[in-house]
Design a protein around this ligand. Sequence first.
Ligand SMILES: C[S@@+](CC[C@H](N)C(=O)[O-])C[C@H]1O[C@@H](n2cnc3c(N)ncnc32)[C@H](O)[C@@H]1O
Length: 229
Amino acid sequence: MAGEFKLEDVLPWGRNRAEYQAFFDLGNLASDVKMLDCASGPSSFNAEMTASGYQVVSADPIYQFSADDIAGRVQHTRTKMLAGLRAAQDRFVFTWHKSIERHDEIRMAAMHRFLGDFEAGKDEARYEAAALPNLPFADGAFDIALCSHFLFLYSNHLDATEHTACIEEMMRASTEARIFPLLDLDGKSSRHVDPVRRALEKRGFESALQRVNYEFQKGGHTMLRVMKP
Ligand SMILES: C[S@@+](CC[C@H](N)C(=O)[O-])C[C@H]1O[C@@H](n2cnc3c(N)ncnc32)[C@H](O)[C@@H]1O
């Protein structure tokens, strides 16, 4: 995680509100809940939730770049993702997206929604350029901190100690943290889940695995919840 954050190092790829609600079991959310979306990238969660009156702040180092730069990087990611999906279709479940083509349409719609909201959202302090494990938010500023498709997915980029530090930082800024999925980029259960849960327990946090109503990577149907006792 050390060093300068460069746009060419990341593959920004964004999911939408319906997907986030399924990943994190957010079905019955009170409208005054304050949410922090960490590693939020070009997801449309913030744009869609804000339009419905919810309070979401998104934090990602990618927000230091312009909308045009992010859009260019999304196109690069799209080419790689389409090729990857076609080469490894058997590792994915298409119940939600139906087909590779529909999946691509849903992703691009989410990212256009994000791009259309980005400038206004920056002005409203809804998109903050920030990288875990250092968030620029006050202790307890949020009720729930989310992290979709970054922690555990990038198990070869961050070790267990770095994962623990990121989650501790989410728990400093928030009452609860929810992380999805718990598989790595090869579609295997992340080797960091158990050691990170043990480390969090030693630091006084409780954690639980919760099966959710979403599966795209085969076996990727579980989120981690971290709570203060
Ligand atoms: C695959 S995208 C996921 C985007 C979004 N959460 C979603 O699921 O649609 C991963 C994101 O992690 C961000 N990222 C990389 N390093 C990070 C860090 N140290 N802290 C927070 N976000 C980071 C990248 O910029 C990228 O936008």
